[in-house]
Design a protein around this ligand. Structure first.
Ligand SMILES: Cc1cc2nc3c(=O)[nH]c(=O)nc-3n(C[C@H](O)[C@H](O)[C@H](O)COP(=O)(O)OP(=O)(O)OC[C@H]3O[C@@H](n4cnc5c(N)ncnc54)[C@H](O)[C@@H]3O)c2cc1C
Length: 446
């Protein structure tokens, strides 16, 4: 046994899972990727996280940090390296009732958070899926069902406890280590392991939530009308349009507009949602009042062997009509990827562009395309996908890190404009000069 492993066995109070162990097969996988790591370490405390980071650094092995394990790029596992799986650090604790301050373990999932906050009438705008991790989603953005009213998930973070590459435990907030605080709000897992987040939660009532569907033949008009309406709609309304769903008819699949109205007043909800109902021929409408925690869904977990290729981009106001025209045309043609478009703006765009490392505050929309299937099917679809993105390229900006299944240099450049990247690299040099935390959209120290 190497001395580093001996030290780990001595200092580590969590689980050490190695090949051959009963749990190994499930522990080695993240939600969207399989791997064969040499060690999966499940810390139970901050002291364990420090020991795990020290072990990974000394062993010189590749390191993956896993929160909820939902990264499309499969960051939560590797081959032959170390995985630090934070799933046992999942407490959700209200630390200040009056200010609604909530301390959340770095390995909690949004389903756990929503369930724990519901009895207190609180919520945090997060995402749409229970199993997605607080860590991954927050560190790169967090576009959820209350995004237009409360901003990104990272906009509600007030402090974080971080274990750095050197094993130090530091607090990041507006007052303490402010550059690190800036960087972890958009810069992903590049700077250390966040063992706990402190969020300012918001009061919530039940919410009006559901989908309103239109025929695919009306896609072009519905999309344009939707985007135009969202410009003046109350910020209590957040909405996503999805179409070309391969499981619902591909190019003939209905255009589904999901709406979330943050409030339980039926008249106000109808006032906000009815203009969407008037966009075309409604073929389905299941909008109903629900507890916020019930709005989150159990995400689809594709069977092993099925690959997901996701790409994303942002759209500024002036390009919205052209981008939606192209997407409507693509989505109703054979061989289209699944497409979903999210309204952002609102509270997201009221925050200064350089206040956090999330650099896409001015965008009105964020959209993603998803191609899925066995590897050969996905590969065969690539040229058509490239052609679609080639048409879109002149009209779109950047990329949303959380909706990218690749992590090439051009992806990193799309996520972080040059100025943001340079500032992130300076923070990286301070907290992770050896680039231990590289299993992400990587900001290199040099
Ligand atoms: C089904 C599904 C639905 C989704 N819905 C939404 C949505 O509604 N809105 C949205 O914005 N995004 C959404 N996403 C995208 C999601 O935000 C990203 O996939 C995100 O990376 C997942 O975080 P995770 O912790 O589950 O993943 P992981 O794979 O565990 O982690 C992702 C990255 O974050 C790092 N990381 C995670 N936790 C920590 C931590 N505590 N400290 C340091 N680094 C950490 C990891 O090292 C890795 O680099 C969805 C994804 C899926 C698959």
């Amino acid at each position: 046994m190497s001395s580093t492993l001996e030290t780990l066995r001595r200092d580590f109070g969590g689980d050490i899972i190695e090949p051959g162990a009963a749990e190994y097969e499930s522990a080695s996988r993240s939600v969207l990727a399989s791997g064969s790591p040499a060690y999966v370490l499940r810390p139970k405390s901050v002291v364990d996280v420090r020991a795990a980071v020290g072990f990974a650094a000394d062993a010189g092995l590749a390191l993956s940090v896993r929160g909820g394990g939902h990264a499309f790029a499969g960051f939560g596992t590797n081959d032959g390296g170390v995985v630090i799986d934070l799933s046992l650090l999942a407490t959700v604790e209200i630390v200040d009732k009056e200010r609604h301050l909530v301390r959340i373990g770095g390995g909690a999932t949004w389903g756990q958070v929503a369930a724990a906050l519901a009895p207190h009438g609180l919520a945090i705008s997060s995402g749409d899926t229970r199993g997605v991790g607080v860590g991954g989603l927050t560190l790169s953005g967090g576009i959820g069902w209350k995004v237009r009213k409360y901003g990104l998930a990272l906009d509600s973070v007030v402090a974080a406890e971080v274990v750095t590459a050197g094993g130090e435990v530091v607090r990041a907030s507006a007052e303490e280590n402010p550059e690190l605080f800036w960087a972890i709000r958009g810069g992903g897992g590049n700077f250390g392991i966040v063992t706990a987040f402190e969020f300012a939660a918001h009061p919530t009532t039940d919410v009006f939530f559901g989908k309103i569907a239109f025929p695919a033949s009306e896609a072009a008009g519905v999309l344009q009308g939707w985007a135009e309406y969202l410009r003046t709609a109350p910020e209590e309304l957040t909405s996503i349009v999805s179409f070309a769903n391969p499981f619902a008819g591909g190019p003939e699949a209905p255009v589904e507009i999901q709406v979330a109205f943050d409030g339980d007043d039926p008249e106000l909800a109808a006032e906000a949602i009815d203009p969407i109902r008037r966009l075309g021929t409604v073929i389905d409408d299941d909008v109903a009042l629900k507890p916020y925690a019930e709005v989150l869904v159990d995400g689809l977990v594709p069977p092993p062997g099925i690959r997901l290729l996701t790409r994303s981009a942002f759209v500024g106001r002036e390009s919205v009509p052209e981008v939606l025209r192209i997407l409507a045309e693509v989505g109703t043609s054979q061989g289209s990827p699944a497409i979903s478009v999210r309204s952002v703006g609102g509270a997201v765009s009221r925050i200064a562009g350089d206040a956090t490392a999330y650099a896409h505050r001015r965008a009105e929309l964020m959209f993603m395309t998803t191609t899925l299937g066995p590897q050969p099917v996905v590969e065969a679809a690539r040229p058509a996908l490239e052609a679609i993105w080639g048409r879109l390229a002149p009209h779109v900006d950047g990329a949303y890190a959380n909706f990218l299944s690749s992590a090439a240099d051009e992806d990193v450049a799309a996520i972080y404009p040059a100025q943001t990247y340079e500032r992130l690299a300076a923070v990286k040099r301070q907290y992770d000069p050896g680039n231990l935390f590289a299993g992400n959209h990587n900001v290199r120290p040099q």
